[in-house]
Design a protein around this ligand. Structure first.
Ligand code: AMP
Ligand code: ZN
Length: 117
């Protein structure tokens, strides 16, 4: 599995850093954001290091669909009626951690939520 030694999310995948994991399978991990913007703020990531959505290829489309499916399941398990799924891409997109992740945010009205990143 490709990993980048100084990538914080690869370290979480490899259990070198702790995380509050809410979902795990062969290719995907989901865990709570360390600085939640809402009562529910979960990050859904591929275990394989991929920089961002922009670094994916058509051959990753199954994985991308699976990431969205996990986001849907996390929302269901937290009984979220309305929520947001977002991914920041690149510095100008507000991406801070360069390992693809979906933010799943909910548990309060999001109209006043600041921009991510
Ligand atoms: P982004 O701006 O989209 O790259 O978001 C990165 C997110 O990762 C931020 O919401 C951070 O709070 C979160 N984050 C950074 N380090 C950790 C960590 N060790 N465990 C959980 N979440 C983290
Ligand atoms: Zn990584």
């Amino acid at each position: 599995m490709k990993r980048v030694s100084d990538c914080v999310f690869c370290k979480i995948v490899n259990k070198e850093l702790p995380a509050d994991v809410v979902y795990e399978d062969e290719q995907i991990l989901a865990f709570r954001d360390i600085k939640p913007l809402a009562p529910v703020h979960v990050l859904v990531i591929p275990k394989r290091h991929i920089e961002s959505l922009q670094a994916t290829q058509p051959s990753d489309d199954q994985l991308l669909g699976a990431l969205l499916g996990v986001a849907r399941q996390v929302a269901k398990e937290h009984n979220l009626t309305g929520y947001r799924v977002a991914t920041n891409i690149g510095k100008d997109g507000g991406q801070v951690v360069n390992h693809l992740h979906l933010h799943v945010i909910g548990g309060k009205p999001l109209s006043d939520l600041p921009a991510l990143g």
